[in-house]
Design a protein around this ligand. Structure first.
Ligand code: A3P
Length: 300
């Protein structure tokens, strides 16, 4: 363990969504699990998978409540800290920060999920355009807002896509910053990279890999139930348990959040040139190997 260079906190990030300082007072336990993604990349899916592994296929778990997004600035840090201190089971929290804005524990286990940026963008647009007034109120009218408020999305998803690329993640945050920070530490023994496409292709195989990484033995008599509880159809039907605050921030509720669960929806909308704009930028910002992994999970 001593031979590794552990990531250090280099900066704080504050925005309408983030308050990275919440990590500074977080009391880690050695078996904590941290789930990280840029956003809209399968975070909720991974939370469900981990809950199924920890609680041995139990149904009706309040996963969103158990597994808070720690660096979201609502509710305040102390509320989340207290709730997590009170937990007696193995804890699993979520983050959307780049590594250099976290406090990184050498003992906790980290799972980072990647998804092609175009799929992320399509999912983000659904998330943003279905958001209701309560979502805007929570982000824009609560104490601690730093920087510009969240505005309504433009009507056209193509325009939204071009803005996101041209303004480094607007109105969210930089995908390049986020992905490269995790990619650069992929050799650390307590980080596992998982790709959304691999989860879609072979969820069972990926769940076994995740269980091994987390040192959680699988109860084979519950295997079929675990798979059922992590399937898209089950998660959509039971979305209120896994989606933050039961989905109260979106028109259509929690089922809007567990939307389609498919990749490539942008293919019918973007021209070849528009699509390549993303691919070229990904290689430029991430390097060819990382861009390849983000696209489909392939490691060279
Ligand atoms: P879509 O909006 O493309 O449907 P996050 O939890 O990081 O916000 O990611 C949300 C995305 O994960 C949504 O993508 C959602 O449908 C998808 N998702 C959640 N659970 C899933 C599952 N069991 N199978 C496939 N996709 C799932």
């Amino acid at each position: 363990m001593e031979n590794h260079t552990w990531p250090q906190k280099e900066r704080e990030i504050h925005s309408n969504h983030f308050d990275s300082t919440v990590w500074n007072d977080f009391k880690f336990r050695d078996d904590d699990i941290v789930i990280s993604t840029y956003a809209k990349s399968g975070t909720t899916w991974m939370q469900q998978i981990i809950a199924q592994l920890i609680f041995n296929a139990a149904a009706d778990m309040e996963v969103a409540e158990m597994s808070p997004w720690l660096d979201l600035r609502i509710p305040p840090a102390e509320v989340k800290h207290q709730a997590l201190e009170a937990q007696e089971h193995r804890r699993f929290v979520k983050t959307h920060l780049p590594v250099d804005a976290l406090v990184y524990s050498p003992k906790a286990k980290y799972i980072y999920i990647g998804r092609d940026g175009r799929d992320v963008l399509w999912s983000s647009y659904n998330h943003h355009s279905a958001a209701n007034e309560e979502w805007y109120n929570a982000l824009n009218n609560t104490p601690g807002l730093v920087g510009p408020p969240m505005e309504k999305p433009v009507d056209s998803i193509r325009e939204y896509y071009h803005n996101w690329l041209e303004k480094d993640g607007y109105p969210w945050w930089s995908i390049w910053d986020n992905v490269s920070s995790w990619w650069n530490i992929r050799q650390l023994p307590n980080l596992l990279l998982v790709h959304f496409s691999a989860l879609k292709k072979d969820m069972g195989g990926e769940i076994r890999r995740i269980a091994k990484f987390l040192d959680i033995p699988i109860d084979e008599s519950k295997w079929d139930l675990i798979l059922k509880h992590c399937s898209f159809d089950y998660m959509k039907a039971n979305a209120a348990k896994s989606v933050p605050l039961g989905g109260m921030f979106w028109e259509g509720g929690a089922q809007t959040f567990i939307h389609k669960g498919q990749n490539g929806r942008w293919r019918d909308v973007l021209s070849e040139e528009e699509s390549m704009k993303y691919e070229k930028m990904a290689v430029e910002k991430l390097g060819a190997d990382c861009a390849q992994w983000l696209k489909n999970g392939e490691m060279t």
